[in-house]
Design a binder for this molecule. Structure first.
Ligand code: C2E
Ligand code: CA
Ligand code: CA
Length: 670
């Protein structure tokens, strides 16, 4: 058993030793590197062989036969030169690892006959010449083998073949010479070559390890690069999605603010201009409410697509959310450019849109703010553009407004009002006035509209048109509505039973069931007949959340109260609202009455709204009647109820009682 193992061990070792004489072929990359390093040294190897051979031949001229010192060395030198040239020429050729392996193996095999030949040749010269010449032979063999070991450093197997092939005969011949100098030289060369072989083996190992670690490093780098690429692709995609609005495929709000900051940074640093635009659709919410969300989506997609068609390299378009879009106009931008762009945008939005089940139409209002005219930060420019939009929606619906000095003053004033309102003692500072609503046929007051008044100790008297929107914004409106409704009901209780109270509600009051229920409970608690109450709502209240607003209106109707659509004609004026809501009255805005005797359009509008009211069995009240002429025309049109300075300005509670008392007295007298 032991014998078998020893045998096996011996065989394995022998195979291991034999392998040392072969070119390794397990690692193509290593072979390629080995080939590259080795090929640089091949010409040097042949150079050493040739020069040594010429040198030895030369010292033996005349002593040794010509075939040994002229012909053979001549042929070999020519061969060596030829091989060198072949290697030199093939230096730049790309080889596959397999080709490199084949060439190394051929060299490896070739090293043996060359070594045998050189050894045999030099030994065959030994018998000729004197001691110096013999010494030259020994020197030739030693120096050549050392030179070859150096040059074959990267082809370990060939180096070993050469060493063994040359050294063994050399040593034997040296020893046989019996000459102590030669014996010492033989021993010396053997020892030196052994040391060199050890160096070569360790060098070869280092070379392989270096190559392998470089390979591992390269692989790691490759893997890292691939990983980086994948990560980059993923983060690019995430970034793209994070900056993209998935519905319209426009850049989104986040992207807008990012670009705004970048654009602002650039504009402020380079003294360039920048225009920021905000677009809001008018009449989008009814489309959503009446035709469903998918129709709403179609509208947004279509409008997003239309806005993207505007061909201006300075422009970028964004969807900021809901029905709001953003515009950034960079570079050389004038106010006229912004106005022209706004008009183009409005025009594109106003084109009818096919939603599948039919055509719809929405309009858009645009607000712009231009840097450096206004704004100290990107965010501020946006806010000013937003304010310009707010102004557009109030006064230039479906048009464009550029933020200017007028709005700057308004905005300042709004801040002042807001601060005063936050600090206000509403119980003491708020009061109510009442404006009569007159029946034209009988020329008597049939109701009063309660209107809020605020006397601020800080900023004086503030119009409700000014502070109500601010209170809406900061939430104080809830308290204001409750407080004023309780007071209005207290006053209305003093009036005869056929006189009703008209009370303004704000969008906030209809925005949740709780808010509306609070109003219902105040009415019930007051004991006032709900049938004598009329709540005035604006279209804005309905626009915000149609479903909720209509549920709230329904709740008030069930209580017994009437509902007027206030300021009709100034808002969205969507007939859908009139059709879909359980309204009882429509209040035609005073702006249509102004100069109705000279303005044909106003006349026509009032006339058609009256016809609509008659058809839908709604009462019509015309507001803001100031003159005899206006009244006459309205009378001719068949208007039955009016409100305005002509019949009475808003008055305090005591005066309403006086007016009604006088009215009763007059009725009794006639
Ligand atoms: P509104 O509901 O349309 O009220 C009518 C406004 O027109 C009142 O302005 C009234 O004084 C004014 N007015 C009445 N007749 C004439 C006229 O012949 N000519 C002119 N030029 N104006 C006339 P006021 O009191 O300044 O109220 C402004 C707005 O503030 C109101 O418009 C209403 O929207 C809001 N508001 C007033 N009081 C309240 C309130 O208690 N609650 C809520 N939510 N809003 C209120
Ligand atoms: Ca009103
Ligand atoms: Ca009104």
């Amino acid at each position: 058993m032991d014998k078998e193992a020893t045998k096996h061990d011996f065989r394995a070792r022998a195979a291991g030793w034999l392998n040392l004489l072969k070119v390794p072929n397990g690692n193509p990359a290593l072979t390629a590197a080995q080939f590259e390093a080795f090929s640089k040294q091949v010409p040097l190897l042949y150079f050493i062989l040739a020069t040594n051979m010429i040198s030895l031949s030369w010292t033996h001229q005349g002593v040794a036969p010509d075939y040994l010192v002229i012909y053979l060395p001549g042929i070999l030198t020519a061969l060596f030169t030829l091989r060198s040239l072949i290697w030199l020429r093939g230096r730049h050729l790309q080889r596959t690892p397999q080709q490199a392996y084949r060439q190394l193996r051929a060299t490896n095999i070739l090293s043996f006959p060359i070594a045998v030949f050189c050894t045999a040749w030099s030994i065959s010269l030994l018998p000729y010449g004197d001691a110096f010449q013999k010494a030259h032979v020994a020197f030739f063999m030693a120096i050549t083998v050392i030179g070859c070991i150096f040059c074959l450093m990267h082809l370990r197997s060939a180096a070993l073949i050469v060493t063994v092939t040359v050294n063994l005969p050399f040593f034997v011949v040296m020893c046989l010479s019996g000459e102590p100098t030669f014996i010492a030289t033989g021993v010396n060369v053997i020892l030196v070559t052994m040391a060199m072989i050890m160096i070569l083996v360790s060098h070869y190992r280092d070379f392989r390890q270096l190559h392998e670690s470089r390979n591992v490093l390269m692989l790691q780098q490759q893997a890292l690069q691939e990983q980086n690429k994948a990560m980059q692709a993923l983060s690019d995609e995430n970034l793209r999605l994070a900056n993209l609005d998935s519905l319209t495929l426009l850049a989104n709000r986040r992207s807008f603010f990012h670009m705004l900051e970048t654009a602002f940074g650039r504009a402020s640093a380079a003294g360039e201009k920048l225009a920021v635009g905000v677009i809001d659709l008018d009449g989008f919410k009814p489309v959503n409410d009446l035709y469903g969300h998918s129709a709403g989506d179609k509208v947004l997609i279509e409008i997003g697509g239309r806005l993207s068609t505007i061909n201006d390299p300075r422009l970028s378009v964004y969807r900021l959310g809901g029905d709001e879009f953003g515009l950034l106009l960079q570079g050389d931008v004038t106010e006229a450019d912004a106005v022209a762009l706004g008009e183009k945008v409005c025009e594109l939005i106003a084109e009818r849109i096919n939603i599948g089940s039919g055509m719809v139409q929405v309009t858009g209002s645009v607000g712009f703010a231009l840097y450096p005219d206004v704004g100290d930060t990107g965010q501020e420019i946006y806010e000013l553009a937003d304010y310009a939009l707010y102004t557009a929606k109030r006064h230039h619906r479906a048009g464009t407004v550029i933020f200017n000095a007028v709005q700057a003053n308004e905005l300042n004033r709004q801040k002042v009002v807001e601060e005063a309102l936050v600090a206000a003692d509403l119980e003491n500072e708020l009061s109510l006035v009442f404006q009569p609503i007159t029946c034209l046929n009988r020329r008597i007051c049939i109701g009063f509209e309660a209107l809020a008044r605020w006397e601020s100790p800080r900023i004086g008297r503030v119009s409700p048109a000014e502070f109500i929107p601010v209170a809406e914004h900061n939430g104080r409106i809830t308290l204001i509505t409750r407080l004023l409704l309780e007071r209005a009901l207290d006053v209305a209780r003093l009036w005869p039973e056929d006189v009703y109270l008209s009370f303004n509600l704000s969008p906030h009051d209809l925005s949740s069931p709780e808010n509306t229920l609070k109003i219902v409970s105040i009415v019930l608690k007051s004991g006032f007949d709900p049938h004598r109450i009329n709540f005035e709502i604006t279209e804005t209240a309905v626009m915000h959340d149609f479903e909720q607003a209509s549920a709230s209106i329904q709740m008030l109707r069930e209580l017994g109260a009437g509902i007027s659509l206030d300021d009709f004609g100034t808002g969205y004026s969507s007939l859908n609202h009139v059709h879909k809501l359980p309204l009882t009255k429509i209040k035609i805005d005073g702006s249509f009455v102004r100069n109705i005797h000279t303005r044909r359009t106003s006349f026509n509008i009032v006339k058609s709204v009256l016809a609509l009211c008659a058809e839908m069995e709604l009462e019509a009240i015309v507001e803001g009647v100031e003159t005899e002429e206006e009244l006459r025309i309205l009378e001719n049109l068949g208007v039955r109820a009016v409100q305005g300075y002509y019949f009475g300005k808003p008055m305090v509670a005591a005066e309403t009682v006086k007016l009604l008392a006088a009215q009763i007295a007059q009725a009794l007298a006639s």
